[in-house]
Design a protein around this ligand. Structure first.
Ligand code: MTE
Ligand code: CO
Length: 426
């Protein structure tokens, strides 16, 4: 690591470091360091407490929830990031989950005016504009239509937006947690449009939310007819209120701002509407003073979730599984590489579990850790041949005035004691 310059994050905030001070122990044979040594009276050969009496019966827990011992895991916000909690974001605890799916209760939330609480009986979806037959759907109408199940990632364009000028936030929950990966059940938007009959001059759609922000975005008709869903279930359950209950848009591979929640109205038109979220917001100011607009696609990206600042290594050396997620808005993830030395040498990671189109893919890299410092990175590739760029490569093209669409390679500095910190290497 001699010639590599390591730039640590400038803001080491106490609340982000709290999780990092954990004592170490060996993986094989040792008690999990995170959980402490345990009560001697519960350990073999003694008969533990929970083996001595009957437990709660069935259906006492009518709708299950995680063990009370997992209560520390949850969505978190960063209070200084936004002026109010109603127009704000909470982040997915990526370091605390595994596999390719995000549990419903842990999906990051982003609202412009808080969570709209709708009753399913009062729900209506209007479809009008350049159509032969304007339509109004109830929730029951939508649920009666032919439906499909699709897994897709949903990533806010502002994910990693704090990191444009250097390493900032100490935890993948905060640097990369504006992404979730869910199996949606819903009706292809094309089915609704076919039902209404679109006029020949139709080219764009306006999607409008039913929250008090009345969030709107323009959607090109070609995408609407391709793979867009009007969804009402996530991972089998009805959408949670915070994710748009009872109906939201799913726009595979495109920035999450367009995934309008509490969907109220779809207008068909012949040009974009140029509303707030596609002019003053969700555009990228470049070095030459010009701004990019309509940058819908989320490019291939990846991050190592374990180890990471909130999930340090608790063993001093030996067999180590490094894990992370990769996704691409252009299709399937084709390969993920991992580096342990700040990007000098790369090895191919093992992809495990399903590889869906425009969805989160889980990867692992197993190695013998010799206990030395590491600079760990991951680099995603997709089926179009696109390779995730370094942060400096991105800055060359985009400058540092952007907020959105930061898909640069993340570096974590793993210290000898297993603590992990957000850094940049150059
Ligand atoms: N839809 C409505 N109606 N209101 C909103 O504030 N926020 C958008 C989008 N859809 C928003 C909305 C933004 S910016 C994002 S990142 C995603 O919803 C977040 O979806 P989630 O809360 O399910 O994670
Ligand atoms: Co967003």
């Amino acid at each position: 690591m001699s010639e590599q310059r390591i730039t640590p994050g400038p803001s080491r905030r106490a609340f982000l470091r709290a999780g990092a001070a954990v004592a170490g122990t060996a993986l094989a044979g040792g008690a999990a360091a995170q959980h402490g040594p345990g009560k001697p009276e519960n350990l073999p050969p003694n008969v533990p407490d929970w083996s001595k009496s009957l437990g709660e019966g069935v259906a006492v827990r009518k709708y299950g929830s995680p063990s009370k011992h997992e209560a520390h895991i949850g969505r978190r916000d960063v209070s200084w990031l936004t002026a109010t909690p109603e127009s704000s974001v909470s982040f997915t605890p990526l370091h605390a989950i595994d596999g390719p799916i995000t549990p419903n209760g842990l999906c990051f939330e982003r609202h412009h005016s808080g969570i709209a609480e709708l009753s399913p009986a009062d729900y209506r979806l209007m479809l009008h504009g350049l159509v032969d037959k304007p339509l109004m759907f109830t929730l029951d109408d939508i649920k009666r239509m032919p439906r499909v199940n699709r897994v897709h990632f949903c990533e806010c364009a502002a994910n990693s937006g704090m990191e444009w000028r250097g390493a900032q936030l100490n935890g993948c929950q905060y640097t990369h947690g504006m992404v979730h990966s869910v199996m949606y059940t819903g009706v292809p938007l094309k089915t609704l449009l076919d039902e209404a009959g679109i006029k020949n001059n139709a080219k764009w759609l306006l999607l409008e939310g039913g929250d008090s922000a009345g969030m709107t975005r323009s959607l090109p008709l070609a995408k609407a007819l391709d793979d867009v869903l009007v969804a009402y279930r996530m991972n089998g359950e009805m959408l949670y209120p915070e994710n748009g209950y009872p109906v939201r848009m799913v726009i595979p591979g495109w920035e999450a701002n367009m995934w309008v929640k509490w969907l109220r109205r779809i207008e068909v038109g012949d040009q974009p509407w140029h509303h707030r979220e596609e002019t003053s917001k969700y555009t990228d100011l470049l070095e030459n003073g010009k701004a990019r607009r309509f940058t819908y696609v989320m490019d291939a990206k990846s991050v190592i979730t374990n180890p990471s600042p909130q999930a340090p290594l608790n063993h001093k050396s030996g067999f180590t599984v490094l894990s992370g997620i990769a996704w691409s808005g252009r299709g399937k993830v084709s390969r993920v590489d991992v580096s342990l030395d700040g990007g000098r040498n790369w090895r191919t990671a093992k992809i495990d579990g399903p590889v869906w189109d425009k969805a989160v893919t889980r990867f692992y890299y197993e190695f013998e850790w010799d206990g030395r410092e590491l600079l760990i990175q991951s680099r995603a590739m997709d089926e179009t041949g696109y390779v995730q760029p370094t942060k400096n490569e991105l800055r060359k093209v985009r400058g540092v005035n952007s907020i959105y669409h930061n898909n640069g390679i993340q570096t974590w500095h793993v210290r000898k004691n297993g603590e992990v910190e957000n850094v940049e290497v150059s």
